[in-house]
Design a protein around this ligand. Structure first.
Ligand SMILES: NC(=O)C1=CN([C@@H]2O[C@H](COP(=O)(O)OP(=O)(O)OC[C@H]3O[C@@H](n4cnc5c(N)ncnc54)[C@H](O)[C@@H]3O)[C@@H](O)[C@H]2O)[C@@H](O)CC1
Ligand SMILES: [K+]
Length: 501
């Protein structure tokens, strides 16, 4: 199943639609939410001496009152801390009335060893930084190092951006409802949530039917059907031909990493395009991958006319000068044969002084273009978006995609893939071991390989990011970039077990 991610605002719409459709009213959903959290606490923290429930003024606090009551009914030692009473006649007010545990003042809360803290201060409704006594409590809990279970979101964390607004709980377990929110997946939110559980609270799947969904957690369900099958009568060029541009004599490894990634990801043919001074070093290190001289753009055009590659990679150690700029524009001006272009590293930096030249070329090109910046490269092309701290990583990547006309792979521990049409995916299978030189070069090759094989661009980019991360995770400690292409057959075997033979 495709893993839909809802913004807090969309989740509010879903809640309202579900309440209108029935059978549960708002308090019914709150009771279901509270029961899901209480069950998990009983299951996971049965050895706790007690549970201190901290309730805020809104519905997040309402969930907390339900949890306090259910745990106390089950014989758990519960203390309840809350200052402001919920608004009269609200669901949270009903939950408080039904809770027989007497609330104590928040200021009287002291974390106790062996106890669990249940954070029900703020969830989706957080609207400003947490201050005063609540901020103090968060500091006290962090200093005491006691375990924290957060209801919906760790209080202080923005469900939209994944960034804390001031003080924020660092939870061991977060239980959210119905669907994940961007703040659970984007860093540092993902880390601050601890383990994330999505609980069913009785909202029907049909609540999503009328919504214009545009954000997913990246995973095979998003693109698996688009991965090209290899037909029994396939020949190498039917399986796509990827061209990778190499840098000069002392900087050729990056292109070969991309080329190897492209080959292992399924392209039938791969050619490295090399300046004259790097031909012999490239030749010494290439076997199944072809090699061709392309010193200047006329040689590139001759190659494109003659060999008709279906996708290309430009940037890894290609240099930031005129050759790279002219090659990028040369690729983008093609109107037949070439289907996809991945611009990375130096090909991004090469346009730092003239981003609009690149964007205009991308927008007027028929070629599906993917830009793969890390944060530093992103800032070179989209300085204003990079500087806007109010934007989430998803919003930044989407705005960049819309402006440039390219699919953006904004890399990091929480890589975001965004399409100019607004679709976006947050990647969550990233391995910490991917932080190694050359890893990004391999990613370019994998993405280009899928483009070369005719996969639509958003799917090709999302698949490339996921497969690359999966390969890194499967290898684990000791990983170097050279290992990533070699892990791909194992990743594919796990993904397509029927594809042997
Ligand atoms: N029917 C529903 O809508 C459901 C909602 N649920 C819960 O409801 C939560 C959302 O409830 P609300 O929309 O009431 O929002 P919250 O309970 O997160 O907080 C909203 C209240 O806190 C105040 N506030 C926000 N930030 C503050 C800050 N930093 N300092 C002081 N006051 C602040 C607001 O003015 C408002 O009164 C979800 O996170 C979830 O836990 C669940 O019960 C499931 C069903
Ligand atoms: K919370």
């Amino acid at each position: 199943m495709r893993m839909v991610v809802l913004t807090p605002e969309e989740m509010g719409n879903v809640d309202r639609a579900a309440i209108t459709a029935g059978p549960h009213d708002g308090y019914g959903l709150m009771r279901n939410a509270g029961a899901a959290v209480a069950d998990l606490i009983l299951e996971r923290f049965s050895g706790a001496a007690g549970v201190a429930v901290l309730c805020g003024p809104g519905n997040n606090g309402g969930d907390g009152y339900v949890i306090a009551r259910l745990l106390a009914e089950r014989g758990v030692n519960v203390r309840l801390f809350a200052d402001a009473a919920p608004q009269e006649d609200s669901d949270a007010a009903r939950a408080r009335e039904d809770c027989f545990v007497t609330p104590e003042a928040l200021a009287d809360f002291r974390p106790e060893t062996g106890w669990l803290v249940l954070d029900a201060l703020y969830g989706a409704g957080l609207s400003k930084p947490i201050a005063g006594i609540e901020a103090e409590l968060i500091e006290r809990v962090a200093a005491a190092g006691v375990p924290v279970v957060a209801v919906d979101l760790p209080s202080g964390l923005s469900g939209l951006t994944g960034k804390p607004l001031g003080s924020c709980f660092d939870a061991d377990l977060t239980v959210t409802f119905f669907r994940k929110k961007p703040g659970h997946l984007l860093m540092p939110g993902r880390r601050l949530c601890g383990e994330l559980v999505v609980a069913d609270i009785g909202i029907a799947e049909t609540a999503l039917a009328s919504m214009d969904i545009a954000l997913w957690e990246n995973g095979p369900a998003l693109w698996r059907d688009g991965v090209p099958a290899v037909e029994i009568d396939a020949h190498k060029y039917v399986r796509g031909h990827v061209a990778v541009v190499s840098g000069g004599g002392a900087s050729t490894g990056a292109a070969r990493l991309a080329a190897r990634g492209a080959a292992r990801a399924g392209a039938g043919a791969v050619t490295v395009l090399s300046p004259a001074n790097a031909l012999s070093v490239n030749a010494m290190h290439l076997t199944s991958i072809m090699l061709r001289k392309a010193e200047a753009v006329d040689e590139l055009i001759a190659f494109l006319d003659e060999r008709k590659p279906t996708a290309a990679v430009l940037g890894p150690a290609a240099g930031t000068g005129e050759r790279t700029r002219s090659f990028a524009l040369g690729f983008l001006e093609r109107n037949e044969g070439l289907k996809g272009l991945v611009l990375d590293a130096d090909a991004i930096t090469a346009f730092a002084d003239a981003p609009d030249t690149l964007f205009e070329a991308v927008r007027s090109s028929v070629i599906a273009t993917v830009l793969t910046p890390h944060d530093g490269e992103f800032a070179r092309l989209f300085g204003d978006l990079a500087a806007d701290a109010s934007m989430s990583k998803v919003e930044r990547a989407r705005a960049a995609a819309e402006r440039s006309g390219a699919v953006i792979i904004l890399k990091g521990a929480d890589t975001v893939v965004a399409c100019p049409d607004g679709r976006a995916a947050i990647n969550t299978n990233g391995s910490r071991f991917l932080a190694t030189a050359g890893s990004g070069d391999v990613l370019c090759g994998i993405v280009a390989s899928h483009l070369a094989q005719g996969m639509p661009v958003f799917e090709a980019a999302s698949a490339g990011v996921w497969l690359h991360a999966e390969a890194g995770g499967m290898f684990g400690r000791g990983l170097i970039a050279e290992d990533l292409p070699e892990m791909l057959p194992h990743v594919f075997q796990a993904l397509f077990p029927d594809d042997m033979g």
